[in-house]
Design a protein around this ligand. Structure first.
Ligand code: SF4
Length: 450
């Protein structure tokens, strides 16, 4: 068995897909660094290239496949014999196809087994082609020994999997049933992240408001939030992926009461027409969601709501689409994202009557332009106001930050003018009071106040 030399221990990780995949990659990077491997960005310097894939919908699947092929080709073109390892949702979903199609890949790991990569590296190095599916429950504490998050925020996974069966979604097929992490585990992780300079903790899972039901027999996101809020330090807590029927009054009260928790509620609704929601195997209707948003807004002052919607889902007639348009014009959600429906194999809606591509395109164009107007209208109302802002980056002309109403990677940023005062006062990774001066091309421009 050939031993791996110290100067042959460089690895890089390419992460595709969602924040949950980002957490998995960070875990893997930390585990390998714990074993003395060196994390590098440039794949041409790497002895091991790991592609952590997404297998959610067609465009993401194509991007994952193309990325793997590009890595293989780049290494070949540069005469590199580095090992290529593929992990993540694409493997969980299409293992057999990948093994046959991608002969140059040295090892495959699904979403439950990727953490055994550090144990298997020597075997891979010695030419053993490894295919591993499950059997290795991730130990999130590993992440804590090596600091790998960037931008002074960190996603913290509070659970894995999903018990819902939305008819367009393949995630339950990939990640299985919902599994909560114990509260003490999560609190331990957050304590350490705060102690190493993280200023924003973003709680994620596929169904964040379902937290605790499987483990404690009741919904207890509120209890988890209270435990995290009791940790000392000046940091923000944000949650993503709340589900409409499991978001409790208690959780809304905890958000309202605690200054650490940003007044930002991310709650994907997907649609509002009763007929389409039924076809999606999701609860609710237009009135139910209007009342829900009203309840959230009445409970939490200045709350900003984020949601996502699918257009062109099977069974969506023109009147259903217009019902969604009316809803958006009425409730004016501050932050909304839209997807065109993708027909995914082995999902329930695959066999339903499909909406044609042209109609889907037209509806997508109409609804995104409506939301752009809503976003502009709301954003311009923020001009002149001062917001606590996390400054996490800078370029030649600006410091870059986010206020409570902006989640990383999906929402806007605040560009803070670099003048004499701001240059003297601002240090990256801290909160400052910033006055909004302008909103332009989806971003805010502001000036340093204090
Ligand atoms: S709740 Fe989200 S992750 Fe779960 S099945 Fe529905 S869309 Fe998929």
């Amino acid at each position: 068995m050939k031993k791996i030399k110290d100067n042959e221990k460089k690895f890089s990780v390419i992460t595709l897909g969602c924040s949950k995949n980002t957490v998995d990659s960070e875990l893997l990077i930390a585990s390998l660094m714990d074993r003395g491997y060196e994390h590098v960005e440039n794949i041409l310097e790497s002895n091991y290239v790991i592609v952590n894939t997404c297998g959610f919908i067609k465009p993401a699947i194509n991007q994952s496949l193309q990325t793997i092929k590009d890595v293989i080709q780049t290494l070949k073109d540069n005469g590199k014999d580095s090992k290529v390892i593929v992990s993540g949702c694409l493997v969980s979903r299409y293992k057999n196809k990948l093994i046959n199609q991608l002969k140059e890949v040295d090892a495959f790991y699904d979403t439950n087994s990727f953490l055994s990569i550090p144990n298997d590296i020597e075997n891979i190095e010695n030419g053993k082609r490894i295919v591993k599916m499950s059997g290795y429950t991730p130990d999130y504490s590993a992440k804590l020994s090596k600091f790998v998050s960037t931008g002074y925020f960190s996603y913290v996974k509070i659970g894995e999997g999903c018990n819902h069966t939305c008819s367009f979604c393949a995630i339950p097929l990939i990640r299985g049933k919902y599994k909560s992490r114990p509260i003490e585990d999560i609190v331990q992780e957050v304590k350490k992240l705060v102690s190493i300079g993280i200023k924003e903790i973003i709680l994620v899972s596929q169904d964040t408001s379902f937290y605790g039901y499987d483990l404690y027999g009741k919904l207890c996101l509120d209890k988890l939030l209270n435990s995290i809020c009791s940790i000392d330090g000046d940091f923000w807590i944000r949650m993503l992926y709340l589900y409409p029927t499991t978001l409790t009054k208690q959780t809304l009260e905890v958000i309202k009461e605690n200054t650490k928790i940003v007044k930002y509620v991310d709650i994907p609704l997907q649609h509002v027409s009763a007929r389409v929601l039924k076809a999606m195997r999701r609860p609710g209707n237009k009135d139910f969601y209007k009342n829900l948003l009203e309840k959230i807004r009445n409970t939490i002052n200045d709350v900003v709501i984020r949601s996502t919607f699918i257009v062109g889902h099977p069974m969506e007639e023109e009147e259903d689409f217009l019902e969604l348009v009316d809803f958006l014009n009425e409730v004016k959600i501050e932050r909304a994202g839209f997807f065109k429906y993708y027909r995914e194999k082995n999902t329930f809606s695959y066999n339903l009557k499909q909406v044609n591509f042209k109609t889907k395109q037209r509806r997508y164009k109409i609804i995104t332009s409506i939301q752009d107007k809503i976003l502009k209208e709301w954003s311009e109302k923020q001009i002149g106001k001062v917001f606590k802002t996390l400054i996490y980056e800078e370029d030649e002309n600006y410091f870059i930050g986010r206020a409570y109403f902006d989640a990383p990677e999906v929402d806007s940023t605040i560009k803070v003018i670099k003048d004499q005062k701001s240059r003297r006062k601002i240090k990256l990774g801290n909160f400052y009071n910033i006055k909004i001066k302008e909103f332009k091309e989806y971003d805010f421009y502001g000036e340093y106040i204090s």
